[in-house]
Write a protein that binds this ligand. Sequence first.
Ligand code: GUN
Length: 283
Amino acid sequence: MSNIISGKELSKEIRAQVKERVTEIKEKYNKVPHLVVILVGEDPASLSYVTAKERACLKAGMKSTLMRKDETITEDELLAIIDNLNNDVDVHGILVQLPLPKHIDENKVINAIQKEKDVDGFHPLNVAAVHLGEKGILPATPKGIMTMLKSTGVELKGKSALVIGRSNIVGKPVAMLLLKEHATVTIAHSRTTNIKELALKADILVAAVGRAKMVTADMIKEGAVVIDVGVNRVDDKLVGDVDFEGAKEKAAFITPVPGGVGPMTIASLLENTVECFLMLESK
Ligand code: GUN
């Protein structure tokens, strides 16, 4: 029987801490961190994500601006907006919601964001920092996952960790962060042929593949810590990549879906916005 790691509760604590830091910042600098979110197009899921980010920023006492652009915007026009925001001393974080329309090169757009304003941690220099084990802005989901792991009190040093999924925004950075904590890390993916064998040896298991309930109870080592990053819609219900009901009987700690990693991502974005503010102020 597991302990449930509630991202909902933990994210509330982090958001309260961020709010306190924002109050201190306001006293010291007479201004607050300002996040600008750019949404191109009308995708309802993206709109709901950015609305949630904006609301969380405001609740933490920060300033937030949502710039909505028509999906016919050209790449040059978008790059010009980013250039203006890079040069605007009143802007501390820039987030361009992905995906972008096909005629816009996402990499070019991400590369254009000043690295100290890159609250997503997607800029190649921030990606490099994670891989080199240096200081940089961490992508929000991996950062939230590490906060959850730390909250369990389970030592990561020397443990076997399996990350299922090799995406640039979750799998790869999580693997690097676990490595930095001295875990022995394996990355599995869609072409891995012995996932069950690897999973059964894993003290820490992070599932980030986007396949509903692909990690079943018989794949989990007794006493493991299981982090479920999956958000899959099945029959109008959200389910993770892990079969929660079965897995919770074997894991020592497990995250639910919803209410697990999801809320931590937004809390980490708020932390990143404060970090960007402080980095810019100390330049
Ligand atoms: N689209 C889905 N998740 C994200 C995210 O974390 N950041 C950005 N910029 N776009 C996303």
